[in-house]
Design a protein around this ligand. Structure first.
Ligand code: PLP
Length: 462
């Protein structure tokens, strides 16, 4: 099958969309998630791709999914990754026989930059073409907010309003947001909790006249462009390491929260990257690890951990995987999601010993085990891992196979989570960018815990 890829909804009740419309929309109008109508097979291009630079490879992969002119796409990609602080963009180092894929050389020192640097340029390009503007509204407890702000800063036709719970975000994470002084960035410290911020966001998006009048947009993790941009580093690292080690296959270990990152790895495998295992690693919020072992997906209470970006109970991208897992059957998927919405759980049959899917191996790493692992890697290999990465590395150690290189995704720089590092090794981690923030001027507006107050700021009356 060939021809341009279109985007269809997992729930099966949306007319197919082109790439640009799919990315501008984010969520499918029928409430489902948008997925490509077919998955391209690239297995005959692997040796050629192993030689490409990061931006060259990103172009080859993203052009398969997009419908915009190639010169424009190439320029957007080059610009997205130019600001990364390492010439390889996504370099790999070794520790204890594992390969650590450093995804923290972007502007905010976490892997979300890979997607959000690209997505914001894509928005700017499309808005320009269509003569439109967009006001991005977001709610954050830390990481995603700063990656979104640093993507949008200085872009034309887009403004970003980022809400966070006043006094409840780690000081350094807050400064990564509030030190951005560009005119099109508005930080809002809401006098409430993170849940209050999310409620305000839901409320304003549900107010369709308001949403239309102010061209509200979102950059949440279900946007297809975020998944697509993340597919690239699986191929980049996988192909290079496979060649260097003379191996047939590679495995990846992924510290997982909303299932966006590991879903990109699953797509890479479906496209023809030879992957032996995808190791899904969680902290104590283990709904996904339980699913891949037992077939039962059951909501629990969120507990606070050392890896806050993985503190979720309902994984927003999981529905995409589930759709393929039930044979691309929208009816069946709707039944399962309906049951989950009502009863807080769903269940699918498990296939023998290998659990739900032989490609996945799932494991949990507790708080104590995370601290132990950070300590051990620091002492034995001189490598400092952030607590999210440590969760992935801990599970990778038990799931690695002889002769198959194991690539562990390092999703944040350790200096972003300095308190956990201090608990583990008794000293702080540093990065010049973060140290510099302590002196930087900041700007932030405090608003009441009230949708009308936030709405007034967006309307330019607050
Ligand atoms: C967002 C995030 C994760 C989890 O990624 P998902 O795509 O939500 O599974 C892991 N580590 C860090 C540092 C993150 O910011």
């Amino acid at each position: 099958m060939s021809g341009a890829i279109t985007y269809i909804s997992t729930r099966g009740r949306t007319e197919p969309l082109g790439f640009q419309d799919a990315v501008m929309t984010g969520l499918a109008p029928d409430g489902g998630l948008l997925i490509p109508s077919r998955i391209p097979d690239v297995s005959d291009r692997l040796s050629e791709w192993a030689e490409l630079s990061y931006p060259e490879l990103a172009f080859e992969i993203l052009r398969l999914f997009s419908d915009i002119p190639e010169a424009d796409l190439r320029a957007m990609i080059d610009d997205s990754y130019r600001g990364f602080r390492h010439p390889d963009v996504a370099p790999t180092v070794q520790a204890g026989g594992l390969h650590i894929l450093e995804l923290f050389h972007g502007p905010t020192l976490a892997f979300k930059d890979f997607a959000l640097q690209f997505l914001s340029r894509f928005f700017e390009y499309t808005l320009e073409q269509r003569g439109q503007h967009m006001n991005i509204l977001g709610a954050t407890s830390g990481d995603t907010g700063s990656a979104a702000i640093h993507g949008v800063r200085g872009r034309k036709r887009i403004r970003v309003f980022m809400m966070f719970p006043k006094g409840r975000v780690a000081p350094l994470q807050e400064r990564q947001m509030t030190s951005v002084l560009d005119d099109n960035v508005c930080n809002l410290a809401v006098e409430g909790t993170f849940d209050d911020c999310q409620l305000i966001m839901k409320d304003l998006f549900a107010d369709l006249p308001f949403k239309r009048r102010h061209q509200l947009g979102a950059v949440n993790s279900v946007n297809w462009a975020r998944v697509a941009a993340q597919i690239v580093y699986y191929f980049y690292a996988g192909l290079r390491i496979r060649t260097a080690e003379g191996a047939d296959q590679v495995s990846f270990s992924v510290p997982t929260g909303n299932f966006g990152d590991i879903l990109a790895g699953w797509f890479a495998a479906r496209m023809g990257l030879p992957v032996s295992r995808l190791v899904l690693a969680t902290n104590e919020n283990d709904i996904l690890a339980r699913f891949f072992r037992t077939g039962r997906y059951q909501r629990g209470d969120v507990v606070e951990t050392l890896s806050p970006s993985m503190d979720i109970q309902v994984a927003s991208n999981f529905e995409r995987y589930l759709y393929f897992r039930v044979g691309e059957n929208s009816e069946r998927l709707q039944g399962l999601m309906g049951h989950f919405a009502e009863a807080g759980s769903l269940e699918i049959p498990v296939e023998g010993e290998s659990g739900v899917d032989p490609l996945f191996a799932a494991g949990v790493c507790t708080r104590e085990a995370t601290l132990d692992l950070i300590r051990r890697y620091h002492r034995e290999f001189g490598t400092l891992l952030d607590p999210h990465t440590a969760v992935g590395v801990a599970v990778a150690e038990t799931e690695r196979e002889e002769g198959v290189p194991m690539i562990c995704l390092a999703t944040a720089h350790p200096a972003k989570f300095s308190a956990a590092i201090r608990d583990a090794i008794g000293e702080s981690a540093h990065h010049p960018v973060l140290d510099g923030l302590l002196e930087a001027p900041t700007r932030c507006q405090t608003v009441a815990n009230d949708r009308d107050a936030v709405g007034a700021v967006i309307a330019g009356q607050g």
